[in-house]
Ligand binder design. Structure first.
Ligand code: SF4
Length: 199
């Protein structure tokens, strides 16, 4: 079985879908090789694309804070995305995130399968709808799965997946009060993941 380093090197030249054409870098997963917990997001954002690392932008900072509050060390987790290249559209000088479509999620699925097979997490967290679609299949809706640990098979990996929102959705909350409430709910979901690990 390939190592994570070998997989990341191979993914750096991936052309399985068109998203590599407009992205700066392939943002592969990072973290402990045999981490007990895997966190799967949607795709790299503007900052992740520029820096080449997952969850280093505003949503990543919020994720870090939520992990701390839920008693999880990010260093103990493996953090990745369902799709490894940034999909965006230009709006003025800004690059605005666009949701990956089903074809792109499927094209990238092999990388996610390989990561989970190598890492072998005891619990995986799906952060948002795209991660959920990659782990559960098409038609996934966060509201139908949120906060539940459900057994899933993804390639060679089989284990419980806890579904929650993507941290970027909290950043988009309409005001401070809504943001605080959404953040508290996110932390509560992550606490369930931590408790599942401890069980
Ligand atoms: S998004 Fe995934 S499948 Fe598409 S080119 Fe990038 S690494 Fe390959």
């Amino acid at each position: 079985m390939a190592t994570l380093e070998e997989l990341a090197k191979e993914a750096a030249t991936c052309t399985r879908c068109d998203l590599y054409q407009r992205a700066t870098s392939t943002v592969f997963g990072e973290g402990r090789p045999h981490a007990p917990l895997a966190l799967v997001g949607e795709q790299p954002g503007d900052q992740e694309d520029k820096q080449g690392h997952p969850f280093v932008g505003p949503a990543g900072h919020l994720l870090d804070r939520a992990l701390r509050e839920s008693g999880i060390e990010r260093a103990d987790a493996y953090v990745t995305n369902a799709v490894k290249h940034f999909k965006w559209e230009a709006r003025g000088k800004r690059r605005i995130h666009q949701r990956p479509n089903g074809t792109e999620i499927m094209a990238c699925h092999g990388w996610l399968e390989a990561e989970l097979a190598v890492v072998g997490p005891r619990v995986t967290v799906a952060l948002g709808a795209v991660a959920g679609e990659a782990l559960f299949g098409r038609g996934f809706k966060v509201r139908d799965h949120r906060g539940r640990l459900e057994e899933v098979t993804v390639g060679e990996w089989q284990g419980p997946v806890l579904s929650t929102v993507h941290p970027s959705s909290i950043l988009r909350a309409r005001d401070d009060e809504a943001r605080e409430e959404a953040f508290a709910g996110f932390v509560a979901d992550l606490v369930k993941a931590r408790e599942a690990l401890a069980a």
